[in-house]
Write a protein that binds this ligand. Structure first.
Ligand code: USQ
Length: 395
């Protein structure tokens, strides 16, 4: 049993991750400042269903399983909040056993503003994204250097760090031959939003900490995630993760299914040839689990591309239509002017073997999987708000 710290434990991925490790018998502490929830309220984005607060969810989890997830409500851009998690000054807002059991063996860093459109709403949201994401990462690095250098840090990066280059995308590193000499460098990065830019800067911070201070780091370059249920959320409906379908926080597959259910034409941006790597939320948990079990070495920045398969927007729209039509929804697809500046037809050939080599078994986006999601979303049809589906945040 290990002590695992989940930063950003209230989010779409953070809460299911916390339950998974708790279920496996690990000691789990979650930290969150409700940035994501508060942003959803402030921007009035609507959600498929309400979710209890982090403290309420931890209590439900304890009632149902007898297992404790310790909760800290705090802002990790404050270095003292971050450091308290490693030196024992931590203030738990909810837990059964208040004893500090020592610094965690692993810290999983999800505590970031995760939306590209949010980061480009205007300069204030851009600043919020930059300051939150970079300060949390830097505070984490210094806490590890000063207080717990043997802790393995795992961060969620993004496939968007690479952009859409004309060459194959490797897993994080590229060997370059220049004027007859060779060396290995971080793969060239070219982000398509300021959110994605913060992820590039995070990678650079991690790489600095690994080079200078011999930290141990894993960076998981993730594609857009889809899905609702994980094994643990089936224990009680109130344990389901936050599900956004709006333009700012919703990712494409979750959006398309919700749009189909409510009879809103699928919002294909531009020509729809944009290709990305996708994964089921269950595979995010598997990938993080495999990374925890086989940690990076001291002085290693290990990078994996965390995707299971690739689709173009048009392919996703067609799949949604096929499944939706079979279920009687009469799905329409509409190409609308692309609010984003991105290539709409491009080469895309990423390598993504590494996580499967350490034991991840992919779940694919089959018509059956999508049908299951349709059925879950349909239960909440009356909550779906058409006015938040497309507002046209432009860059
Ligand atoms: N798209 C549409 N219609 C929509 C929504 C999206 O055509 O209604 C297109 C976008 O233009 C883009 C692609 O679908 O080409 C993916 O968009 P998305 O909104 O699902 O994902 P994105 O903004 O790229 O960001 C999401 C997560 C982010 C993660 C990233 C991985 O929000 O946290 O890092 O996926 S990646 O896309 O590989 O950079």
């Amino acid at each position: 049993m290990a002590h695992i710290l989940v930063l950003g434990g209230d989010g779409y991925l953070g809460w299911p991750t916390a339950m998974k490790f708790s279920n496996e018998g690990h000691e789990v502490t979650v930290v969150d400042n409700y940035l994501r929830r508060n942003a959803c309220t402030e921007l009035d984005v609507g959600m498929l269903y309400g979710v209890p607060t982090l403290i309420e969810r931890a209590k439900i989890w304890y009632e149902k399983t007898g297992k404790e997830i310790k909760v800290v409500i705090g802002d990790l851009t404050d270095p003292e909040v971050m450091r308290s998690l490693f030196d024992g000054r931590v203030q738990y807002q909810w837990c059964v056993d208040k004893k500090f059991t020592g610094a965690p063996e692993t810290v999983i860093h999800y505590a970031e503003q995760p939306s590209a459109p949010y980061s480009l709403l205007n300069y204030k949201y851009a600043n919020k994204t930059l300051s939150n994401n970079l300060l949390v990462t830097n505070n984490l690095m210094f806490a590890l250097k000063d207080l717990s250098p043997d802790t393995h840090m795992i961060k969620i990066g993004t496939m968007g760090e690479y952009g859409t280059p004309e060459i194959d995308i490797e897993e994080g590193w590229l060997e370059i031959e220049h004027k007859g000499r060779k060396d290995k460098f971080l793969y060239p990065r070219q982000a398509s939003s300021l959110y994605h830019t913060t992820k590039i800067m995070d990678t650079d911070l991690f790489w600095f900490g690994v080079r200078m201070w011999d930290l141990k780091a894993t960076d998981l370059m993730q594609g857009p995630v889809y899905g609702i249920e994980t094994e643990e959320s089936l224990i009680d409906d109130r344990l389901k993760t936050i599900f956004n379908y709006d333009e700012i926080f919703g990712t494409i597959v979750n959006r398309f299914i919700t749009q189909a259910v409510v009879g809103y034409p699928l919002t294909v941006y531009g020509q729809g040839g944009q290709t990305r790597g996708y994964l089921n939320i269950k595979d995010t948990l598997q990938c993080v689990g495999a990374s925890v079990r086989t940690p990076a070495k001291k002085g290693e920045l290990r990078i994996f591309n965390q995707i299971m398969e690739t689709f173009s927007v048009n392919e996703l729209a067609q799949l949604t239509k096929t499944v939706g039509d079979k279920l009687g929804y009469g799905v329409e697809i509409k190409n609308i002017e692309n609010p984003r500046k991105e290539k709409e037809e491009h080469y895309y050939n990423p390598v993504y073997q590494g996580l499967q080599e350490i034991g991840v078994e992919p779940h694919y986006l089959t018509p059956e999987v999508m049908e299951g999601m349709f059925k879950t979303v349909a239960k909440y049809k009356s909550n779906i708000r058409k006015d938040v589906i497309f507002r046209g945040v432009k860059w």
